[in-house]
Write a protein that binds this ligand. Structure first.
Ligand code: UTP
Length: 274
């Protein structure tokens, strides 16, 4: 069973500057709750018990959000605002959340490496802190965990993108395809569209075996001068099978402005008072 999850949330969020100078992009609100809370709830609904959030020195708002605010809660209680108190006090109840700082933003692969001591020697989930999924029947991560139960190997969650958009993503190179799931022979981070091996893009959800950590320790910088998780996954394929499965849940890359706006509108349309 997959019981541990890692949420990397230490990046600079440059696509959202200047607001991300002071507010972590993972804290940008989808109306009245931050993106990262939806991601934590997805993990919880998928059976995860322990979450490690990778933060950096200017991301203390994330740590504060998942803590109690005793002063505020006391005032809400004193004023008889029980419903509001429950709303504030009940954030991420029933799941253990831990934090570690990535001291330098050397890339997603380097961020995941910070989770080695927390994860130990078991397979674990990675949910990117700016990829929001809304599943009709089940949470996106549960879709991956169900495939893991069958394959007992690393699995990447994917979605289909247009050829024009392949340079924005990690792209899968399938060896064989069986229904929604494919065995991979390669992955490439942000290829030129002429070089894209498929239109199956990695969408911010992963199940990884702990073998990834030894690879990450020696992984050289790749695209953008960053230590890329995709490059480490490509190396993992030389010793283990790695699969990808196309996720049914709808994805919003809330690190991009257009998806952020779409997420807010979709969430508002689901809320009768709005
Ligand atoms: P992104 O590349 O989308 O995030 O990384 P970014 O670098 O913060 O954003 P832009 O592109 O400059 O706008 C995906 C996830 O990995 C985390 C980010 O916080 C994000 O949730 N990340 C990235 C880290 O934790 N550490 C890093 O060094 C890089």
């Amino acid at each position: 069973m997959i019981k541990k999850a890692v949420i990397p949330a230490a990046g600079y969020g440059t696509r959202f500057l200047p607001i991300t100078k002071a507010i972590p992009k993972e804290m940008l609100p989808i109306i009245d709750r931050p993106t990262i809370e939806f991601i934590v709830n997805e993990a919880k609904a998928s059976g995860i018990e322990d979450i490690l959030i990778i933060v950096s020195s200017n991301k203390n708002a994330i740590v504060d959000y998942f803590d109690y605010n005793i002063e505020l809660e006391t005032i809400l209680k004193l004023k008889g605002k029980e419903a509001l108190y429950q709303k504030v006090h009940g954030i991420a109840e029933g799941i253990n959340i831990y934090f570690v700082r990535q001291k330098e933003q050397l890339g997603l692969g380097h961020a995941v490496l910070q989770a080695e001591a927390f994860v130990g020697n078991e397979p674990f989930a990675v949910l990117l802190g700016d990829d929001l999924y809304v599943g009709k029947n089940k949470p996106a991560l549960k879709e991956l965990i169900d495939v893991y139960e069958n394959k007992k190997a690393s699995i990447l969650g994917t979605m289909e993108v247009s050829l024009e958009n392949t340079p924005k993503y990690g792209i899968c190179d399938p060896k064989s395809i069986e229904g929604n799931t494919m065995l991979l022979k390669g992955v490439v981070e942000k290829p030129n569209k002429e070089d894209a091996p498929s239109r199956h893009a990695i969408g911010g959800r992963y199940i990884l075996t702990p073998a990834i950590f030894n690879i990450l320790k020696t992984q050289q910088k790749g695209f953008g001068g960053e230590i890329q998780l995709t490059d480490a996954i490509l190396n993992l394929m030389t010793s283990e099978d790695v699969y990808a499965t196309s996720l049914q849940a709808k994805r919003y890359d809330v690190g991009s402005k257009i998806d952020y706006i779409e997420a807010i509108i979709d969430f508002a349309l689901e809320e009768p008072t709005l």
